[in-house]
Ligand binder design. Structure first.
Ligand code: ARG
Length: 458
């Protein structure tokens, strides 16, 4: 017998039972469901909709079910459809008819909306602490590489010299923004939809605030239709997760590049690399690649739920049951990725000499040569043109800017003086960029300090 079976003359087709049941995946919400039900039961008792002793029977029964689920003693039933009805059915089987009073003034529509909020709140906290650890590792690495010179790129062509610390600190900024977004989403989701009922609230004098307080929520939703049909909080989480994955993916893409034979900037630790079943020499950055690959899954979860929601009339529609697998998949994916990227970074070996050597080639100091002229009063556009011609000459000869003689420089322009060589030295090019946000070791050291403080505040 279904909990909603009264108006039916025939039982559900077996095929449909299997099709619409969500217990296979929403059993993951058992804890939140029971927490919500306990708060609801306590409130029903305190406002007098049920007696105090009925409330304590319900609470006692629910707590025992929670313990039994945690001890692995419960087998859920597909026929009871979802986690909400499975628990309610178990409760009535255990404590008798009073169990049937639990659902007074409540619908699965507001119940499931609450459960998902509570679930995501906890997962956001877990995710935030994983991002926090990743940032700590990046900050620590950056501290050790303030003077590890490397080429910076645009279009994947050598652009200007920077340091590894500066490069890593770019990711710190991204992950700090990710933390900010998660915090913001958490703040907005932290309210209770209970009391919205199926969609039009309830005539029972429920104390919605009491329930919210007991569950650690900051308030209650203000429209019963929105209360049951809003999944913005899940979408926000999926959007945050997608952006976070995009950052991880870009980082991993760089690790893949840097560990290639062509770059050789880093070596991955053996523990975070895998071999080939045929090519004995191979050591592949599979872990980094897989993080890059899993990014697509999380985008899929976001686009999936956006698509589920886009055509839904108010208020609850069964389509919304599809929210859970997408949220669960994204939660599992980002947490696993964060968990593996942090030690992968921590254990990689940095080849400082190769990086420093790479910082030199490719005319990475050409901008500095143009700036040298501009500082002597040559309009920058003219300086750019002159240096462009020098670069062309040098590249034909297969030499760098620092290999030309002063006499050759002065043939191009009499403005060049002996001091030009100092200003195109790779280290000088980096050290002179003391502007806020720039790569000079002291600026990056200051950025590390500021970022550490920012991290404490999130
Ligand atoms: N299992 C459902 C879900 O996840 C619970 C809400 C069902 N409500 C309903 N009226 N069918 O969305």
């Amino acid at each position: 017998m279904k909990l909603w079976g009264g108006r039916f003359e025939k039982s559900t087709e077996g095929l449909v039972e299997d099709f619409h049941s969500s217990i296979r995946f929403d059993q993951r919400l058992y804890k939140q469901d029971i927490q919500g039900s306990i708060a609801h039961a306590r409130m029903l008792g305190s406002v007098g909709v049920i007696s105090e002793s009925e409330a304590s029977h319900l609470i006692q029964g629910l707590s025992e079910i929670l313990g039994d689920i945690q001890a692995g003693k419960i087998e859920f039933e597909i026929g009871a459809e979802d986690i909400h009805m499975n628990i309610e059915k178990l409760l009535t089987e255990r404590i008798g008819p009073v169990g049937k009073k639990l659902h007074t003034g409540r619908s699965r529509n507001d119940q499931v909306a609450l459960d998902l909020r509570l679930f995501l709140k906890n997962e956001i906290d877990q995710t935030k602490s994983l991002v926090d650890q990743l940032i700590q590792t990046l900050l620590h690495l950056a501290e050790g590489h303030l003077e590890t010179w490397m080429p910076g790129y645009t279009h994947l062509q050598k652009a200007q010299p920077i340091t590894l610390a500066h490069h890593l600190m770019a990711y710190v900024q991204m992950f700090l923004r990710d933390l900010g977004r998660l915090k913001d989403t958490r703040k907005r989701l932290n309210i209770s939809p209970l009391g919205s009922g199926a969609m039009a609230g309830t005539t029972f004098p429920l104390d919605r605030e009491q329930v919210a307080r007991e569950l650690g929520l900051d308030g209650v939703t203000l429209n019963s239709l929105d209360g049951v049909s809003d999944r913005d909080f899940a979408l926000e989480f999926l959007a945050n997760a997608s952006i976070l994955m995009m950052h991880l993916s870009r980082l991993c893409e760089e690790l893949v590049l840097w560990s290639s034979g062509e770059f050789q900037f880093i070596s991955m630790d053996d523990g975070y690399s895998t071999g080939s079943s045929i090519m004995p020499q191979k050591k592949n950055p599979d872990v980094a690649e897989l993080v890059r690959g899993k990014t697509g899954r999380v985008y899929g979860d976001l686009v999936g739920l956006l698509t589920v929601m886009k055509g839904l009339p108010l208020a609850y529609n069964k389509d919304m049951q599809e929210d859970k697998e997408q949220v669960f998949d994204a939660v599992d994916t980002i947490q696993k990725c964060l968990l593996v990227v942090e030690p992968m970074l921590r254990t990689m070996q940095v080849h400082r000499d190769v990086m420093a050597f790479g910082a030199k080639g490719g005319f990475t100091n050409a901008t500095d040569l143009a700036d040298y002229l501009a500082k002597k009063g040559v309009p920058f556009r003219e300086a750019h043109e002159l240096v462009g011609r020098i670069v062309l000459q040098c590249s034909k000869k297969g030499i760098g800017l620092e290999d030309m003689s002063l006499v050759e420089y002065q043939e191009v322009s009499p403005i060049f003086g002996d001091d030009l060589f100092k200003s195109i030295g790779i280290q000088y090019c980096v050290q002179a960029r003391k502007i806020t946000g720039g790569p000079s070791p002291e600026t990056v050291a200051a950025a590390i300090k500021l970022s550490r403080n920012a991290l404490k505040k999130i």
